[in-house]
Design a protein around this ligand. Structure first.
Ligand code: KG4
Ligand code: ZN
Length: 354
């Protein structure tokens, strides 16, 4: 590509992220202010609270990112910003900062789909990291986040065909809901992974929604199943009349393990099926749930057996961050795309059609 330096801004949900990325790959700085502690108090995101936190943090995060990269806004070739999908109030904070910087410094503005950012995180390289293999086309990308779960085929940069998506809850949403049912902290994903690793028995089975041969997903039934097994476990432990007493840790670990197995099994099986169907050379994994260690290792193992390369960003680049927006924004910038100062937030913005 052009060697362009992109200033990238992400504020679609609950992380304020600003990064400087060169050539769509090389991270010069990637600062993320997380609101996780704030939203843990309410067990989920309150949109108004999230937007206000973005407003509070975005300029300090910008200053820190520029300082870490040792540049000023005058040094950048373009400003890229997430314009959807996401929470309207949160998106607007990033969009308005991006527009202001682009206008004041007379730099091009590039709008980026957040989901495209999760895919392009696979091309990123950390400072000092030796050039790794880039994903090879054709590829399939599985994006699994708190709000989205889908598989796309890519035969070239920026060209997507939807192969399958969730018909109800996203995988991350299922982790968060079941985490809450098990009395674990927010967000549920990392907590479920942590306690599942301590399980000593591995015989609690959760259902799998295969939906026939389809590459679509369904996770809403898992919440009902979790409620049922939690109730059964409580009866088993003689806790039915005692809602305040939590299940023993060992029981919670087993249930977390069974749930995680079910989600990982369906995600990996369908992704491998998709990769075989399109003759993929690579599989890319992205989104917050891609930080899950069991999902990562199982996908790596199964793809390796088929000679398909797997590219999974390190966990900190799977969850929301500015660098992934810089990686995707660089591609759009190189393709000549420019957004006007009328760029608006798009709370609902699909990445691809079938
Ligand atoms: O991509 P992301 O940071 O934000 C969205 O765009 O939604 O994804 C957040 C989601 C949450 O649902 C969280 O529980 C999940 O990613 N997550 C995990 C893990 N780390 C984060 N799920 C399973 N295992 C993990 N280790
Ligand atoms: Zn995300």
């Amino acid at each position: 590509m052009s060697g362009a330096l992109i200033l990238a801004i992400e504020s679609s949900c609950d992380e304020t992220g600003i990064a400087l990325v060169e050539d769509g790959r090389r991270i010069h700085a990637n600062i993320v202010a997380s609101q996780v502690a704030l939203h843990a108090e309410t067990g989920g995101i309150v949109p108004e609270v999230a937007a206000r936190a973005h407003l509070r943090w975005i300029l300090p995060v910008l200053d820190e990112a520029l300082a870490a990269a040792g540049v000023t806004v005058a040094d950048v070739d373009a400003v890229a910003v997430t314009y959807g999908p996401g929470l309207a109030g949160s998106l607007l904070v990033g969009i308005n900062v991006a527009k202001t910087l682009a206008w004041v410094h007379d730099r091009p503005l590039v709008g980026v789909n957040h989901l495209e950012g999760h895919v392009y995180a696979a091309w990123l390289l950390d400072p000092g990291q030796v050039e790794g293999p880039a994903p090879a086309f054709p590829l399939v990308a599985l994006v699994v986040s708190g709000g989205h779960t889908f598989i796309v085929e890519m035969r070239d940069h920026l060209a997507y065909r939807l192969l399958g998506e969730t018909v109800d809850d996203a995988a991350g949403e299922a982790f968060d809901k079941v985490g809450r049912l098990l009395g674990l902290g927010y967000p549920g994903g990392p907590e479920i992974q942590r306690v599942a690793a301590t399980a000593r028995h591995h015989d609690t089975a959760f259902p799998r929604a295969w939906l026939g041969d389809s590459l679509d997903f369904s996770f809403s039934g898992l919440k009902t199943a979790a409620r049922r097994v939690v109730d059964a476990a409580r009866a088993d432990e003689g806790l039915t009349g005692d809602p305040e007493t939590p299940l023993p840790d060992g029981r919670i670990a087993e249930l977390a393990w069974g749930f995680q197995e079910s989600v990982v099994d369906v995600l990996v099986t369908k992704t491998i099926r998709a990769a075989r169907a399109v003759g993929a050379r690579s599989i890319v994994l992205g989104g917050g749930v891609a930080a899950n260690a069991v999902l990562r290792s199982r996908l790596l193992g199964e793809a390796d057996a088929l000679g398909i390369s797997v590219v999974i960003p390190r966990p900190g680049l799977c969850t929301d961050n500015g660098a992934m927006i810089g990686a995707a924004g660089a591609r759009r910038f190189a393709a000549g795309e420019r957004a006007g100062l009328d760029l608006d937030a798009r709370p609902s913005l699909p990445l691809a059609a079938r």
